[in-house]
Design a protein around this ligand. Structure first.
Ligand SMILES: Nc1ncnc2c1ncn2[C@@H]1O[C@H](COP(=O)(O)OS(=O)(=O)O)[C@@H](OP(=O)(O)O)[C@H]1O
Length: 411
């Protein structure tokens, strides 16, 4: 029985409208398909998938502000990244069991998910991503080009640029700002390879990296590298061409920020004054306390300069990263040889947060500020004590300005 018999039956049917029905439904289908096609072309299609994904990880708003309070590091990622340098760490013990085999497994078995995981802002344990729906959430939270291109192609390379310091300088903000650049692919978590995990070997390290295409830069940030005596030599041995970015901030404010972070975890911590001075009066400053020692930038830089020439460094002002993020990002992009894509239009100042935030962070269409652990209120420190610390740092700051050829205006 062919189509010929069916056709006359419909035509000869007593309901004349039957003849029109297939055409109408065909027309409606066409209209629907065209509408959907153009909807997708405009990008709205991905947005809807994005919001579907993000619905699962509801993000509260900053009180009184327009941006969500959640950090850019969202979802499962928060397990590793959300808090601070300490918590941004891939625990040395866990790292090999979770990241390396997991990443390898994903690369070989599920290329479509490898990108989402390796580029997760958080460096969430790979195992948890494999076994949860998060994988697909993360996948859909990205633009389609990112999914199809990055996930299946490219290769894992050693980072060509590393944010090596300094702790509490603004390193997270810098990395998250950089991540919106299409030619930057960065590991979200701090791998701590050159300080704590070096014995895992370079291949382990490379395997942590997100895949990159030709022309893209692989990056990571671990602020403790700057004060690790072995780090310069180890990085040099990986590649003497590595570009090194150091975000520096007034060492007095940095020390207080460091203290504030520890205090948030250990409320019984002695006062800042008790820790900063050897005999609790405003006597000798205790340079064995890491919060103080880290801020002697000139000393740490001397060690680095034994391996790398100054031209391999970019010193970013932590203060300007807050007051003029676009300007500072311009310098960073130039240093990395990138097209100036990140500009003023990517930032807005969130009054509630008191910091610049991104209008569209990587992988999201919504504005986002850094999390609660960034921009914490600092405890009040006695003015005399502050002046004493400022005096202490002054000669080191001067030396640092001289070495870098930049005046950061801390004095
Ligand atoms: N845009 C934006 N949003 C929030 N916070 C910002 C931003 N830019 C710089 N900062 C400053 O970054 C400080 C934290 O520095 P790090 O990210 O280097 O800290 S860490 O070492 O990774 O823990 C953090 O220090 P605290 O203010 O002491 O919390 C901030 O002052």
């Amino acid at each position: 029985m062919g189509c010929g018999i069916l056709k006359p039956r419909i035509v000869s049917g007593h309901l004349g409208t039957l003849r029109a029905q297939p055409k109408v439904s065909l027309l409606l289908t066409m209209i629907f398909l065209f509408t959907f096609f153009f909807y997708c072309l405009s990008g709205s299609c991905c947005d809807s998938q994005m919001s579907f994904g993000s619905l699962r990880t509801a993000q509260p708003l900053v009180p009184g502000g327009s941006a969500p309070a959640e950090p850019w590091i969202s979802g499962v990622g928060k397990q590793l990244i959300s808090e601070d340098a300490h918590e941004n760490t891939l625990p040395p013990g866990d790292a090999q069991n979770t990241l390396h085999p997991g990443a390898a497994l994903l690369d070989s078995l599920r290329p479509g998910t490898a990108h989402a995981i390796s580029s997760a802002k958080d460096g969430a344990p790979i195992n948890s991503l494999i076994s949860s729906n998060r994988t697909s959430d993360q996948k859909w939270s990205r633009s389609p080009s990112a999914i199809s291109v990055h996930s299946s192609f490219g290769s894992k390379k050693f980072p060509q640029a590393i944010i090596v310091g300094v702790k509490k300088g603004g390193t997270r903000a810098l990395l998250e700002f950089l991540r919106i650049h299409p030619d930057v692919r960065a590991l979200g978590a701090e791998p701590h390879f050159f300080d704590r995990c070096y014995d895992k070997g370079l291949e382990w390290y490379r395997n942590l990296m997100p895949r990159t295409l030709e022309g893209q830069i692989t990056m990571e940030k671990t602020p403790s590298y700057f004060v690790t005596p072995e780090a310069p030599r180890r990085i040099y041995n990986m590649s003497k061409d590595t570009k090194l970015i150091v975000v520096v901030r007034n060492p007095v404010t940095r020390a207080i920020s460091d203290y504030t972070q520890t205090l948030s975890k250990t409320p019984s911590l002695p006062t800042f004054q008790a820790l900063a001075f050897k005999n609790s009066s405003l006597g000798t400053i205790d340079t064995t306390w890491s919060a103080i020692r880290i801020g002697i930038y000139a000393k740490h830089l001397e060690n680095w300069l034994q391996y790398f020439p100054l031209s391999k460094f970019l010193f970013v002002s932590g203060e300007r990263l807050v007051s003029d993020p676009a300007g500072e990002m311009g310098r960073v992009q130039d240093f990395l040889g990138l097209k100036r894509v990140i500009t003023d239009k990517h930032f807005y100042f969130n009054k509630t947060k008191g910091f610049p935030c991104l209008k569209k962070p990587e992988g999201s269409s919504k504005p986002r500020c850094l999390g609660k652990s960034k921009g914490r209120p600092h405890p009040d420190i006695d003015k005399t004590l502050l002046l004493r610390l400022q005096d202490f740092y002054r000669p080191y700051n001067m030396k640092f300005y001289q070495m870098t050829g930049q005046n950061f205006g801390w004095d």
